[in-house]
Each structure stands twice: as structure tokens, then as C-alpha cells.
Design a protein around this ligand. Structure first.
Ligand code: KIV
Ligand code: ZN
Length: 512
């Protein structure tokens, strides 16, 4: 039967609102990897960053804009010509560029943050949209803190920006204050009192301060909104944004209730969630809807019995529908490239050429050290490979001497970019401290460790260790991740990878 549901656009802001939240920063290579995955998910619009915020952000939006073909790519700007010029530069290679302009309309923001009168805000919004329209046909205007704004003022601003050419008007609940019924009613009011609404898409952007971001977005969709802004795993400022997976799966599972659906390929949801969690180092809470570790786990005997008899007793959607594969198929050292590629495809990865060769080589090396290679191991081999940051430093070898009555000492040898070997020796309060101190000595920088987590990828005795670190230098933070069958080596690799991200940003931008 033909799908007659109206299509709600999914505007993903993982790389902008998500990335700007504390501890969620990503390097350019990681952003590219996430952007490609969002394209596979079939999101309509990828907000790739805020180009005027730094030369690095401009460059990464530009790179993503040049790679992504199937989704629109948006760049955020304040309602300022210089910001819009940066977005123009960043989006010049995009197949389908979108300029996203925001300006606050609530009394508290206008008075205390902008120090502008409502008349000035109105004028500025209109002139910014007109300015952007000179070079981009797809312009979105967001009234920041719209939910706490005077609804009639929002209607006046929206009517004028639509007349000036805005093709989407966005109504954010910037501080996550709204209640679902009230939010839906407000959306209905604004949509029916805005002139020219039939010429533009009405969008919502909800924050999760009271845990209602997805509920408010769904109430808005019910009221007629045509676009929802959201992030993978709900990452974002403070308590986060509405989570993409919750909005998409609520529309899909309750298609009997909603008149709307999205174009999202839901089987890509879980791989996208894992990727974002891996590259940001921010774990997904186990009971998180759709993508949490326990989302499809059944602990109580009576539930297990029911699910075995008929999964629908306790499952309202199948794990497979969100890309969680239940038929765990283990590979080993005799598995060939074809078998690996088939498994990769089932896990939602599309690799070809050198990328596939590289992953296959690392798969073989792993299979030599580990009896069976599980889905999680394969995922760990792939994440972080697509266009990784240049490796200024590569771990060559390490030795650590530690015991209960001696302080730990480590000797670390790193290979520099020019092929030369550098070695340093240091002591420390335990193996990890000794290793990280030696690396700091070797690179000549007092990098601080802000977060360190060690885990195992699978539950077996020969499992690979996975380490996540966050380091700081000056006022910036970088993430690093390392995987190895030796847990200490995974920590050292994670530290070196964070340092490589830091060093990559210190380089002058490459001419494009
Ligand atoms: O929360 C917000 O209001 C925003 C805008 C820039 C859309 O992120
Ligand atoms: Zn936001």
C-alpha cells in the first residue's frame, strides 16, 4: 500500500548543538564520519556547525558540505552579515546548502542578552534573511527562546521573514520549559496566525531540561509542524536536545496515531548511536529509549518467558528495526574479506577499496590474538578509520614496570610524522600515570587528563580493552579512544589519539 503519510523533515543538529555541549567535541575526521552516517540514515538536513564561531568550524562545515550529497547541509549564523558571509563561504560547495539564522525574540533575551528593542530585533531578522537570500534559496530563521516569547511578536517576525524569503521558520523551546499540550497548542496558534505560512515549513527545536523534548516535538508534529530538529542520543546543550531516535521511532511505531512519518532508514539508528557515543566519549545511559543497552533486554523470568513465546508480548518494535542485530555471528581468523564485508554491511557500514582493505588487515591482526571476533569488535575496528586526523605521533612500543611496593616507571617510544623515533622515561602514581607523564615529556607539553575510562568491548576473557580519555590543554578539550587486546596499551593509544586531535588543530588550515 502506498505510504500516504505526510513527511516530517528531520533536521539533525548533532554536529552543531550536540557538538557544542560540554565534553562532546569532535575533531574534523570524526565530524565527517558522523556526517556520512547521518546521510546513510537519510536525514533531510545536517546542521554541520557554526562557521563564524572559529576558523576550524568554518573549515569542517566546508569539508562536510563538499562530501554530503543526499542531505542538505546547514550552517548556523547569528543575524549578522559577517556570520552569514562565513556561512556562504563554508557552504559554497554544498549540493543543497541551507543558511540557518537565529535571533532571540523573548523579552529576557532581547533585554539582557541582545540589549535590543523588539523593533530592532524585527528589523534585524528581516534584513538578515534578505541578505542571506542574495546567495542561498534555502534560508531558515529561528526565533531563539521562542516559547518564552510573546506569541504575537513571534507571528509578526515569522510573517515578515517569510515575506523576506525564509523557507523554514523554527520555533525553539530553547530552555526546555514547555509542557507537551501547551507546546502543541502554541504551535497551532503560531501556524494559524503567521501570514504566508503555506509558503514555509514550520519547524520545532526542543531542549530536554524537563525531560520533555521528544514529547514536545511530537506534540508539535501532531499540531502540524513539518520539521523536527534533534540529535543522535539526544546530546546537546545542558540536558540535551530532542533525540532523533525517539521522535523517529514514536512516529513509526505509532503510525496508527500520527498522520506523519519521516524518511529515516531506522535500521541505521543503532549504528549512528554507537558512532556518536564512541567519537564523543559520552556513554548512552543503559535505560535510554531505543538505543540504550537495556532497551531490548528482558531480565524478569516472566518477561523472558513471554518474549520467547511471542516477542510482541513485551516488545513494541523489533531490535532489528533500529539496527540491533540479534543474530550475533562471530568471525575468526579463517574468515575472509568477503565474510567480513558481509558482516560490516549487516552492521550498517559501507566500506570499499582502501578503507575495507585497512579494516580487513586489522581484523586479521585481531583474529590472531583473539579466538572469536564479535560484532562489537568489528565495530571498534571501523569507528575512527574514515579520514582519521593526521597521526603526528604513533605508538611504537612501551614498557611499564610496576608493583605494590615500587612506583611505576614507563618507557614510551613514539614514532614522529617524519619517521623518527622519540623515547621518554617517567615515573608515576601507577601504570597509566607513568605512561601519560612520559608522553607529556616526549611531546614537550603539560597536557592534563580530564577524564579516563576503561572498559571491555565484549565479555570474554580475551576481550579487547577500550579506553576513552579527555585531555585539556589551555582552555580546550579533546577526546581520544584506543582499542587493544592489552588494556594498558588501549589507554596509551587513547592518550596518543587525543594528542593527535589536539596537534591537528594546532596546524595552519590547509588551503582549499
Ligand atoms: O536552542 C536554540 O534555540 C538553538 C537555536 C540556535 C536554534 O539552538
Ligand atoms: Zn538548541
Amino acid at each position: 500500500m502506498a505510504d500516504t503519510k505526510r513527511k516530517v523533515r528531520i533536521f539533525d543538529t548533532t554536529l552543531r548543538d550536540g557538538e557544542q555541549s560540554p565534553g562532546c567535541s569532535m575533531n574534523v575526521a570524526e565530524k565527517i564520519e558522523v556526517a556520512k552516517r547521518l546521510e546513510l540514515l537519510n536525514v533531510d538536513i545536517i546542521e554541520a556547525g557554526y562557521p563564524a564561531s572559529s576558523p576550524g568550524d568554518l573549515e569542517s562545515v566546508k569539508t562536510i558540505a563538499g562530501i554530503i550529497k543526499q542531505s542538505s547541509v546547514a550552517g548556523l549564523c547569528r543575524a549578522l552579515e559577517k556570520d552569514i558571509d562565513s556561512a556562504r563561504e563554508a557552504l559554497k560547495n554544498a549540493v543543497s546548502p541551507r543558511v540557518h539564522i537565529f535571533l532571540a525574540t523573548s523579552p529576557i533575551h532581547m533585554e539582557h542578552k541582545l540589549r535590543m528593542t523588539p523593533e530592532q530585533v524585527f528589523e534585524r531578522a528581516v534584513s538578515a534573511v534578505k541578505y542571506a537570500k542574495n546567495f542561498c534559496s534555502d534560508v531558515e530563521f529561528s526565533a531563539e527562546d521562542a516559547f518564552r516569547s510573546d506569541p504575537d511578536f513571534v507571528c509578526k517576525v515569522f510573517s515578515a521573514v517569510i515575506a523576506a524569503g525564509a523557507s523554514t521558520v523554527n520555533f525553539p523551546d530553547t530552555v526546555g520549559y514547555a509542557m507537551p499540550r501547551e507546546f502543541g497548542e502554541r504551535v497551532r496558534y503560531i501556524m494559524s496566525h503567521t501570514d504566508g505560512m503555506e509558503k514555509a515549513v514550520f519547524s520545532v527545536h526542543c531542549h530536554n531540561d524537563l525531560g520533555l523534548a521528544a514529547a514536545n516535538s511530537l506534540a508539535a508534529i501532531e499540531a502540524g509542524a513539518g520539521q523536527a530538529e534533534c540529535t543522535i542520543n539526544g546530546i546537546g546543550e545542558r540536558a540535551g536536545n530532542a533525540s532523533l531516535e525517539e521522535i523517529v521511532m514514536a512516529l513509526r511505531v505509532r503510525k496508527d496515531y500520527f498522520d506523519a512519518d519521516t524518511r529515516i532508514d531506522s535500521a541505521q539508528i543503532y549504528p549512528a548511536s554507537r558512532l556518536v557515543s564512541q567519537v564523543t566519549g559520552v556513554k548512552v545511559q543503559p535505560n535510554k529509549a531505543i538505543v540504550g543497552e537495556n532497551a531490548f533486554a528482558h531480565e524478569a523470568g516472566i518477561h523472558q518467558h513471554g518474549v520467547l513465546a511471542n516477542p510482541a508480548t513485551y516488545e513494541i518494535m523489533t531490535p532489528e528495526s533500529v539496527g540491533i542485530s540479534k543474530k550475533e555471528l562471530v568471525l575468526g581468523k579463517h574468515s575472509g574479506k568477503h565474510a567480513l564485508n558481509e558482516r560490516l554491511t549487516e552492521l550498517g557500514f559501507k566500506l570499499e577499496g582502501r578503507e575495507l582493505d585497512d579494516v580487513f588487515a586489522r581484523f586479521k591482526a585481531l583474529a590472531d590474538n583473539k579466538k572469536t571476533v564479535s560484532d562489537r569488535d568489528i565495530e571498534a575496528l571501523v569507528i575512527g578509520t574514515a579520514g582519521a586526523v593526521p597521526e603526528k605521533w604513533k605508538l611504537d612500543r612501551w614498557v611499564i614496570n610496576a608493583g605494590s611496593s615500587v612506583s611505576a616507571t614507563s618507557a614510551i617510544r613514539l614514532e614522529a610524522e617524519d619517521g623518527g623515533m622519540r623515547e621518554a622515561v617517567h615515573f608515576g602514581n601507577g601504570c597509566i600515570d607513568a605512561a601519560f607523564n612520559a608522553i607529556n615529556k616526549l611531546i614537550g607539553k603539560e597536557v592534563s587528563l580530564e577524564m579516563f575510562e576503561l572498559g571491555a568491548i565484549t565479555g570474554d576473557a580475551d576481550a579487547q580493552g577500550e579506553a576513552m580519555v579527555k585531555i585539556s590543554y589551555g582552555d580546550r578539550l579533546w577526546n581520544g579512544r584506543g582499542v587493544s587486546t592489552n588494556i594498558i596499551e588501549s589507554a596509551i593509544k587513547a592518550y596518543v589519539s587525543a594528542i593527535n586531535s589536539m596537534e591537528a588543530e594546532a596546524r595552519p588550515p590547509q588551503a582549499t
